[in-house]
Design a protein around this ligand. Sequence first.
Ligand SMILES: [Zn+2]
Length: 492
Amino acid sequence: MKDYGAFEPVIGLEVHAQMLTSTKAFCGCSTKFGSAPNTNVCPVCLGMPGSLPVLNINLVEFIIRMGLAVHCRIAPRSVFARKNYFYPDLPKGYQISQYEEPICTNGFVDLELEDSATRRVGITRIHMEEDAGKSIHDAGASTLVDVNRCGVPLIEIVTEPDIRSPREAYQFLFMIRQLVTYLGICDGNMEEGSLRCDANVSVRRKGVTELGTKTEVKNMNSFRNVERALTYEIERQIGVVGDGGRIVQETLLWDADQNVAFPMRSKEEAHDYRYFPDPDLVPVHVDEPWIRRVEASLPELPLSRRDRLVEELGLPRYDADILTVEKGTADYFEAVLADLQQRVGKDPRELSKTVSNWVMTEVLRVVSEQKIAVSEFPVPASRLAGLIALIQDGTISGSIAKEVFARMLVSNDEPRVIVDQAGLAQVSDTGAIDGAVEAVLAANGAQVEKYLAGNAKIFGFFVGETMKLMKGKGNPKLVNDLLKRKLEARRG
Ligand SMILES: [Zn+2]
């Protein structure tokens, strides 16, 4: 962790996550992204006089999932409030949010720090709210407004000021992203705005418990930008305080192109929202059976899954970390392993590392090259298992398998069919191997002499030459055995 000398940064985050409900928070309009502008709207989300909002029960269900995943208390009664302000992309003139009585409070997540210590980050609250529309400023001389996003459900996660470095802020966001995607409540896409983060930052001298004056940093639309913007702002504040200056409480906008945070014009940050309980919505009541039902439906969460892969399957922690970053990757890995185990009848602990290597190196490489999700990966788990089974039973070598894998990416054929059609099966015919070995030894008399004189390392050279001669299809074990036998025979 970076050392800030006599100073200590203090960071709190506010994370907005867009919920994956199919309809909006308080009306039946679609939440589909990318629809033609101003088509997913109705009198309710446009705030027409006389229209009445009706709460989407899935929004409540989703926020309870999140609340339970981060150990929050779920309030038996919570209240919606109006947050009033004027902006062209907010036709109602207010946003429905929760203010004094949010649904989730007092949670936490534990970050794993480098020195195997943990940092507990308190979750002050998580509440439900609706999104505003979108102003499109880069449309020539005029500004356009698209109100499709008005009423799209969000949750806002507010932390305690417990984060102590930009790296920890990154880790926290990473965990939140992992959790919301595992829970299936948000797609976690920061670049497209379904996950957004603002930060409150201050610095203080080490040993001081009082908080310094904070600034708010907004507009950080990627994980990297969060880390960079916070680094910038912490160093700026330390510079000011170190020179005997004072921090001005203000809101800053991060400019990723210039790597600088600029103060917002003060007019834009006049925070007088005149919150009051929304008279059109009744309080939300959540009873104990509902909470227990949601709890029972929670999937295995990322950290427990990772630990299980290490403990039950004997995977290295490094592999388990990578495999569980995305739920889709972990699901794929476990599906290949289960299928392979069916085919070859071995203990999963004996197969797990092989499968992990295939998923981490080959599958994730293709996924990243093609910029797709693991769920869109063209080779179904059962077919990858089929390929690995062919290596296990000696039909093909590991290097030929890579070639078959490349063909599987563009074919729907079973690996066995590809191997047969392309004549890739391993040669286990001792006669053919015998001929190749003899030819290699005859052509490399000088190397044979060296081997016999005690240079054991040169053995690998003969294996390589024989495999080359057999176009990679020689059964490696048989090639090794035969070479050894024939070389020893020459000792006479
Ligand atoms: Zn609507």
